[in-house]
Design a protein around this ligand. Structure first.
Ligand code: FAD
Ligand code: SF4
Length: 472
């Protein structure tokens, strides 16, 4: 373990943010890394518990106490090797993971958890800076060809693992560039996109082929994949957004979050926005409906675009400020969290139901709301109005898009409309077709997508070769 008495001597210290007044002037990342010494101090807080609950809190089962110890002893290169043995892309999770591992940390029971995510990010950033992250080229090729549809974290992890097992991995992506929601959903201020390009370079060197701007099922007959490849892995994400079909929904200025966010990411990335209708928040009163990550990203983007005001509405009641750790640990607790974007100046309102959008000359001008009680029943007489020139619907995603790719392949769906496949074989109802990530599990997290991509690659390898040495 790191320092035996580290957790008694050293307080938790985490990365800080640049001041909001500075960071809202640009779209770059604004998290300030800890110094090397401070990171080692934080790693020294790890108690190397007999049962490391953080292992199971982390969906890719990162061996957290091992790399904490290596960091404490300044063996950063070995720490990077260890970290990469369970996580293909720690530079993504080190920036955008909500860190369920920290909720599971034993120190979190009666103290503050180890800054696991910060240490993970420091290890991988240092590894890239020192040239320790090199292509891992398979020494033996199997001659098998696998098509991966979708290049989000699930598709990228699956393709990288398959290439390392010696298979030809071919990734088809409907957007111009690979990355999925990492590139077109998550804003640059949370994760800059050169980090994706760097990994894609590594993957190309490992033999992965990428085909951009190919919407399988539309531009390319999905069934040709079955003829041309030994296996097909579906990693198309959960792209069907939850709608709010109330009066005024068709007014101009009411948009899904994923109509708004990709435009800004494309502007930053100097790509065409692919729309005749630029959606911009500048000089507008913006209302974001929905309280999750996507809603936060809409807030941060609207503030950077120069919104006059940003209000975020949540239908659920405000959660407690603090959890009862003895009841919730080691699970992820429900509690009030404030994102960096919310900190930048959004007004949040809970227990609010949106009843109607009202407009003038075809464009939204205000929304009508009512307050709810703790049983989600409307409180009589609590109706109110909010100014709204732009409304962004960020209420989650119900399932993958079934038309096109999935219907033409004829895969079966589960009760929620996701592609049906279990978490061992990842096999769909169609022979040699596999599914993983949000397309299989429904909307989730980057770290879960990486886990599923890795595990699906193992299942495909075992299907093709009879057994697999890839980790699960
Ligand atoms: C705005 C937003 C912010 C988020 N923020 C966070 C966060 O901070 N932290 C976190 O952990 N999670 C976050 N998430 C969730 C996370 O991004 C997803 O869970 C994760 O990206 C899912 O990975 P995936 O590979 O399964 O799918 P995706 O990332 O959705 O990738 C699917 C890819 O498949 C492509 N595709 C789909 N159909 C086809 C087809 N027919 N042919 C070719 N290509 C196709 C899509 O274009 C896309 O590139 C966020 C989600 C959103 C929407
Ligand atoms: S991937 Fe997420 S859960 Fe796993 S160690 Fe990193 S921050 Fe924690």
């Amino acid at each position: 373990m790191g320092k035996v008495t580290g957790f008694l001597e050293i307080d938790r210290r985490d990365r800080r943010y640049a001041p909001a007044s500075d960071r809202i002037r640009h779209y770059r990342e604004f998290v300030i890394p800890l110094s090397e010494e401070a990171t080692k101090d934080q790693a020294a807080r790890c108690m190397n518990c007999g049962i490391p609950y953080c292992h199971t809190g982390c969906p890719v089962n990162n061996q957290i106490p091992d790399w904490n110890d290596l960091v404490y002893r300044s063996d950063w290169e070995e720490a990077s090797r260890n970290l990469h043995s369970t996580n293909n892309f720690p530079e993504f999770t080190g920036r955008v993971c909500p860190a369920p591992c920290e909720a599971s940390c034993t120190l979190n029971l009666n103290d503050n958890p180890v800054t696991i995510k910060t240490i993970e990010c420091a290890i991988v950033d240092r590894a890239f800076a020192n040239g320790w992250v090199a292509p891992e080229i398979a020494s033996v090729k199997t001659g098998k060809k696998v098509a991966v549809v979708g290049s989000g974290p699930a598709g990228l992890a699956a393709a990288q693992q398959l290439a390392r097992a010696g298979h030809e991995a071919h990734v088809f992506e409907k957007n111009a560039k690979p990355g999925g929601l990492l590139r077109y959903g998550i804003p640059d201020f949370k994760m800059e996109k050169h980090l994706i390009d760097r990994r894609i370079d590594q993957m190309r060197a490992e033999g992965v082929s990428f085909y951009g701007s190919v919407n399988v099922g539309v531009d390319l007959d999905a069934k040709t994949l079955l003829d041309d490849f030994d296996a097909v892995v579906l990693c198309g994400g959960a792209e069907r957004p939850r709608d709010l079909p109330i009066e005024g929904r068709t007014l101009a200025g009411v948009h899904f979050a994923m109509e708004f966010l990709p435009q800004q990411n494309r502007r930053v990335g100097k790509e065409p926005i692919h729309s005749n209708e630029p959606i911009l928040a500048g000089a507008k009163h913006v209302v974001v409906i929905g309280g999750g990550d996507t809603g936060s990203d809409c807030i941060g983007t609207s503030i950077r675009q120069g919104a006059l005001s940003v209000t975020q509405l949540e239908i659920m009641p405000q959660p407690p400020e603090k959890e009862n750790k003895l009841l919730t640990w080691p699970n992820w607790p429900l509690k009030l969290r404030t994102s960096s974007s919310q900190e930048e100046g959004a007004k949040r309102d809970f227990s609010v139901l949106t009843k109607a959008f009202r407009g003038k000359d075809g464009a939204v001008k205000k929304i009508l709301c009512v307050r709810l009680d703790d049983k989600l029943k409307e409180i009589p007489g609590s109706d109110f109005e909010l100014k709204a020139d732009l409304v962004l619907l960020a209420m989650g995603f119900v399932s993958p898009v079934q038309e096109g790719l999935l219907q033409s392949l004829g895969v079966a769906f589960d009760a929620r409309g996701n592609v049906a496949a279990d978490q061992v074989n990842y096999a769909t109802s169609v022979p040699k077709v596999f599914a993983c990530g949000d397309m299989r599990r429904g909307q989730s997290l980057v770290v879960w997508a990486i886990r599923e991509g890795r595990q699906a690659a193992r299942a495909v390898d075992a299907f093709l070769m009879g057994s697999s040495l890839l980790p699960r």
